[in-house]
Design a protein around this ligand. Structure first.
Ligand SMILES: [Zn+2]
Length: 155
């Protein structure tokens, strides 16, 4: 699915709107994101922080999790918006989560300045580890035996 300018603008609007709902009481760094699946459904998310810090969740992951919750897995593009002068790329954790749904996902990051990131996830996460690494063909013979042993022990 190619994202035309009209669709891209919808995603930008979605990310900007989600950003207004960001719960960023600690960082004061609001982020909004919008994800689109191949059928054109758009899911949005914002960052949600937590007093424990470690339980904070990023906007783009929340957008993708909402997409999955809406029964869609075929992620095509994610737009990320920060109300800053300088554009921000997705963090490493988000890159890994996005990679679960394909390495050729288009990533667009925008801000209030003229800068923009527009690339493929594979540009941000080269040599990635993903679902393809866990296919039966890719697992070691030893790993396969371990699995068989576990089965026989559980009987
Ligand atoms: Zn992140």
């Amino acid at each position: 699915m190619k994202i035309n300018e009209e669709t891209l603008q919808k995603l930008i609007d979605g990310a900007r709107n989600a950003c207004k709902n960001a719960y960023c009481a600690y960082s004061r760094f609001p982020v909004g994101a919008a994800a689109i699946s191949s059928d054109g459904a758009i899911s949005i998310g914002c960052n949600v922080e937590n007093a424990s810090y470690g339980l904070t969740m990023c906007a783009e992951r929340n957008a993708v999790f909402a997409m999955v919750g809406n029964g869609r897995l075929d992620l095509v593009c994610v737009v990320i918006y920060t109300p800053t002068n300088v554009v921000s790329a997705p963090c490493g954790a988000c890159r890994q989560v996005l990679n679960e749904f394909g390495s050729e996902i288009r990533i667009v990051s925008i801000c209030d300045g003229p800068e923009r990131i527009d690339c493929l996830l594979s540009d941000l996460l080269p040599l990635s580890f993903g679902p393809q690494n866990l296919t039966a063909d890719n697992k070691s013979a030893e790993g396969q035996r371990g699995k068989q042993n576990q089965k026989s022990q559980s009987r």
